[in-house]
Every structure is written in structure tokens, then in C-alpha cells.
Design a protein around this ligand. Structure first.
Ligand code: ZN
Length: 342
């Protein structure tokens, strides 16, 4: 294809910055139905998908992740669009590829937890999951994906199936767990689960979604020490706590569940995500990104925290130029300004 540097070569030289959370952000913008969270927007409003890709690209993301999350045959049945399975998957990768070409970014194909796998019915459900992953990865490869991200997995068994399928196509495999609880569904902790994936040949292992920076970082330290392959971390930008370690557990003051559409009170600001990027780099995380809840302002702050200047850095804050809180407040505004302060 082009002389574009591949993922593994980029990782060997330093941190690769990614960005995700497409489903959440496009739901917020009115293009995806919360609940099923099927990315119908790929077919219905492809320009909206390209626009978000572009915003993340300008903010410094080096990877355009095709929006095929929950775009599998079982999920499309839920919204009555299983007949459009192949066109959605192919179109999603094309959209990612078109925008990636605007900035030398990589294209990731994307598969996720299927809600089909069951370790108590391993043989029958593995067959179905293998079919789901194989067709999605095949379409991603056909359309030019550079590597595949399998994510928000809660079963080690499903992770191993994803790895098996991706490796069959000869692409780098990034496999990350969702970490809603402290263990995968088989009862093994995430460190052990990542070790197993690494020993089976995963190029990158780690965590994405569910946990915010505070509750993901301790697990990342342990995973980093346990494996010698690359480690990925894409937390959600929310204030999760040791008591409510994943955003699925966060409760509003009235005790209602905040997940998934009332999470705003818990949102991290750009400075907190910049701190996360720095800390993740310090402990040796190789692929640093962000998941559900992400906005381009988070991504740009993370890129700049890693010492980078992005196209969107041209518009990075310069509050010294603000007429009221800046460095050059006019005399006529000083009296008014007194009322801004305590
Ligand atoms: Zn997410």
C-alpha cells in the first residue's frame, strides 16, 4: 500500500495515541440509539462518522478505529437491520480509511464482546463467536485495516477466540478487557487473563472502557509488570472510585444508575485526562487512548501532555487573551470584574 509506518513499528519507537468512544459521542449527537447502541449512523449519516474521525485526528489520535463496535450480526438483528451487516462493516472501515489518509493515521478494524459467548456452553457458543469475528475481520481486512482491536471483552475465552481469528488473517492483534468487575467472567483476574493472551501471541493486551483513570491505573501497573508484550489503556473519562470502580456502577445523588446516559456529573476534564496520559506513559503503557465519554478536547490535551503538537493545537487555550480573566483587562472592565471574584 503506502509507506505508512505500521502499528508495531510505531510502538517500538514510543507511545501510540488512540481515541475511541465513537458510539457514546454519536449517541450524544443524536445519531445512535442508546440501549442497543448499534452504530446505524455508519449507514444513515456517514458524514457524521467522518466528522468525528476527523476531530480525533486533528486532536492527535494516530489511529482511526472503524465504527463496527456492536455492528455484528447478533446486534444488527436487535434493530432489524441484519440484511445490512456487510455493508455497514465495509462502509465503517472505508470511512475510517478515508479520514486516516488525511493525516497518516492507522486504520483499526474493531470487534467487541458479542453477548453470545458463554463459558458454560463453550463449544456451541465459540462456534457462533468465531463466525461473528471471522466475517467482521474479513471485511476489515478487505477494506484495508492495518490491525484489529478486540475490546470490552469480559470473557478470557472470547478474547482467545478474537486472537485466534485476527492471527489467522496475519494482522497485529490488540485485545483489551472491559474490567467491569475485578475478574473476567471465568473468575480469573485481569493480570492473569492478559498473561494468557500474551502467551498465546497477542501483540498488545490491556484494558479499555468501564474504568476511569483512578481505578484503571492500579490494574495497568500490575499488567505492565506481568507481561512483556505491549500494553494498551483506554479508560473512560469519568470519576470512578474504589467503591464504584467502573462507570456502570456510578450512582447519582438519588441513587439512580448514571450509566449510560446520565454520566455527565462524573465527567473528567481535559487536565485529568492529560494527567492520565502522563501517568500511563510513566508506568510503561504503550498504546494510550480514551473510551466512552471522550471528546476531542480530551484527546488534544492527552497528545500535548505526551509532548506533541497536533493540528488542533493551533486552537489550544490561551486564557491570557481572555477579556475578563486575561492579562490585559481594560480599565472600564475592572469594576465589573470585581463581582467575578469572592
Ligand atoms: Zn467505551
Amino acid at each position: 500500500m503506502s509507506e505508512k509506518t505500521g502499528l508495531l513499528e510505531r510502538l517500538s519507537k514510543g507511545v501510540v495515541l488512540g481515541a475511541e468512544g465513537y458510539v457514546f459521542e454519536l449517541e450524544r449527537r443524536g445519531y445512535i440509539k442508546a440501549g442497543p447502541f448499534v452504530p446505524e449512523v455508519v449507514l444513515d449519516y456517514p458524514e457524521a462518522v467522518k466528522q468525528l474521525h476527523r476531530e480525533f485526528l486533528l486532536a492527535g489520535s494516530e489511529v482511526m478505529v472503524a465504527l463496527t463496535y456492536y455492528g455484528d450480526r447478533e446486534k444488527l438483528k436487535v434493530v432489524g437491520r441484519e440484511g445490512e451487516l456487510e455493508s455497514l462493516n465495509r462502509q465503517a472501515v472505508r470511512l475510517a480509511r478515508e479520514v486516516a489518509a488525511e493525516g497518516n493515521a492507522l486504520v483499526a478494524g474493531n470487534i467487541a464482546n458479542t453477548w453470545v459467548y458463554d463459558h458454560h456452553d463453550k463449544e456451541a457458543t465459540s462456534k457462533k463467536v468465531r463466525q461473528i469475528y471471522t466475517e467482521q475481520v474479513q471485511w476489515a481486512v478487505d477494506e484495508g485495516a492495518d490491525f484489529i482491536i478486540a475490546e470490552t471483552l469480559e470473557y478470557l475465552g472470547e478474547g482467545l477466540l478474537a486472537l485466534e481469528v485476527i492471527k489467522k488473517f496475519g494482522l497485529p492483534a490488540m485485545i483489551t478487557f472491559g474490567s467491569i468487575l475485578d475478574f473476567v467472567r471465568e473468575g480469573v483476574n485481569y493480570v492473569e487473563a492478559c498473561k494468557t493472551l500474551a502467551s498465546e501471541g497477542a501483540d498488545i493486551v490491556g484494558l479499555n472502557c468501564s474504568r476511569g483513570p483512578e481505578t484503571m491505573l492500579p490494574l495497568l501497573r500490575d499488567i505492565r509488570q506481568a507481561v512483556s508484550c505491549y500494553v494498551a489503556a483506554q479508560p473512560v473519562p469519568y470519576h470512578t472510585t474504589p467503591e464504584q470502580a467502573a462507570f456502570q456502577h456510578l450512582r447519582l445523588p438519588g441513587r439512580e444508575r448514571a450509566f449510560p446516559i446520565a454520566l455527565e456529573p462524573f465527567l473528567c476534564d481535559r487536565f485529568e485526562m492529560a494527567d492520565f496520559a502522563r501517568q500511563a506513559q510513566e508506568i510503561g503503557v504503550n498504546y494510550i487512548g480514551i473510551c466512552c465519554g471522550a471528546g476531542p478536547h480530551h484527546v488534544r490535551a492527552m497528545a500535548e501532555a505526551l509532548g506533541r503538537t497536533t493540528p488542533a493545537s493551533r486552537y489550544s487555550p490561551d486564557l491570557a487573551l481572555h477579556p475578563m480573566i486575561g492579562s490585559d483587562v481594560k480599565d472600564k472592565d475592572r469594576e465589573f470584574l470585581k463581582h467575578w471574584k469572592d
